[in-house]
Ligand binder design. Structure first.
Ligand SMILES: Cc1ncc(COP(=O)(O)O)c(C=O)c1O
Length: 367
């Protein structure tokens, strides 16, 4: 299998090797504390009897699956706990392709780069549908891109990299497109806790047997290293997902699932509110500074990211390296996210130095 190393590794390595002080706005790793209950549960875990150190049920600890089912208002049988949202996305995509319903996936452009990577790995073909300029879902473009060969349509809301939160009616229309061509719709909701508009509605509310929703705790609990995510699969697809998960992984990591379960039970809503407020403040300060830099940008409605366009400075890898060397700020080249935003640079707001970075950009471009 041919696979190009993700561009973010390349930028991170370049930034780490740079001479000067560089503010990292590349990765999507939260920089704040995980829930206190998660740390407590981990401490407790070390003293549990030996059976706590053995395989958990392949589909995930029952108490965790029950807690997810309750929060997401679905039957517990539909929940598969996975090694991050990334694995849940893979399970959903693999299911879509194995139905003999075609080998094409319709993805949005800009796109989270692991989606086309996975489609490719599964032997599928990616077809890209542009989003609106503000990142909103362009249903007509998706309808145009879909064909009899389409097995899968992938949506991500709140969105990486545009920060858009999709309108549920638009998602419903996309499900209509999927019905017409016998495709499944994967909706990746890993940023569901980071809806800055208050308008996010899960695709689960559509109650469609074509919609496979994925999510996880990497972002909401600031634990990207724990690898706990989940897929919520309709009845017709959940058996396949469980089998594939078992054959690939045997099971997920028990201590991680245990700690997430405790954190879910004991973390007050204020924990999530504080993280969201922190991001909203950073988004405001960062975009104010982008105004000062004369940049065009997408104000994030959700997730962690701002896409910015500086006149005469396209978002190529070479220009991103220039920003590292000359401005001391590392972002992601827009060309890493498909073709629609190759003029743009993506900045992740998950650093306490976001405001300082914005000032550096304002100095650099404002001159
Ligand atoms: C859109 C999207 N989906 C999935 C993931 C991976 O999430 P997880 O750590 O839960 O596998 C990311 C991580 O940045 C993401 O941005």
């Amino acid at each position: 299998m041919e696979y190009e190393e993700p561009k973010f590794f390349h930028v991170m390595q370049y930034a780490a090797a740079a001479d000067g002080d560089v503010i990292d706005m590349v990765s999507g790793n939260p920089d704040w504390e995980p829930p206190a209950a998660l740390r407590e549960a981990l401490r407790e875990y070390a003293d549990l009897p030996p059976d706590a150190f053995q395989y958990p049920p392949s589909e995930g600890l029952l108490e965790l699956r029950e807690a997810i089912a309750e929060r997401r208002n679905v039957d517990v049988d539909r929940v598969v706990v996975t090694n991050g949202t990334g694995e849940a996305n893979y399970l959903a995509m693999a299911r879509a392709f194995e139905r003999d319903a075609g080998d094409e996936a319709v993805l949005t452009d800009p796109v989270y780069p692991y989606y086309p990577g996975k489609v490719d790995m599964l032997g599928g073909e990616s077809t890209f549908a542009p989003t609106e300029r503000d990142g909103g879902l362009d249903v007509a473009a998706i309808r145009e891109a879909a064909s009899e060969d389409t097995a899968l349509i992938v949506l991500n809301t709140p969105n990486n990299p545009t920060g858009a939160v999709y309108d549920l009616d638009a998602v419903r229309e996309v499900v209509g497109v999927a019905e017409a061509v016998d495709a499944l719709v994967l909706v990746d909701e890993v940023y569901d806790h980071f809806d800055l508009t208050g308008s996010f509605e899960s695709a689960l509310t559509l109650e469609s047997d074509r919609v496979l929703v994925t999510g996880g705790f990497s972002k909401s609990m600031a634990i990207t290293g724990f690898r706990v995510g989940y897929g919520l699969f309709p009845e017709a697809h959940v058996g396949d997902a469980k089998t594939r998960h078992m054959l690939v992984n045997v099971a997920g990591a028990r201590p991680s699932q245990y700690a997430v379960h405790h954190a879910l039970a004991e973390t007050p809503p204020e924990y999530y509110d504080e993280a969201r407020e922190l991001l909203a403040e950073r988004a405001d300060a960062f975009t104010d500074a982008l105004d000062a830099a004369g940049a065009e940008y997408s104000r994030p409605e959700g997730a962690f990211y701002v896409l910015a366009r500086f006149d005469g400075f396209p978002g190529t890898m070479a220009n991103v390296k220039r920003l590292v060397d000359e401005a001391g700020v590392a972002g992601m080249p827009g060309e890493a996210f498909g073709t629609a935003r190759d003029e743009w640079v993506r900045f992740a707001l998950v650093t306490p130095r976001a405001v300082e970075a914005a000032e550096r950009l304002a100095d650099y471009f404002g001159e």
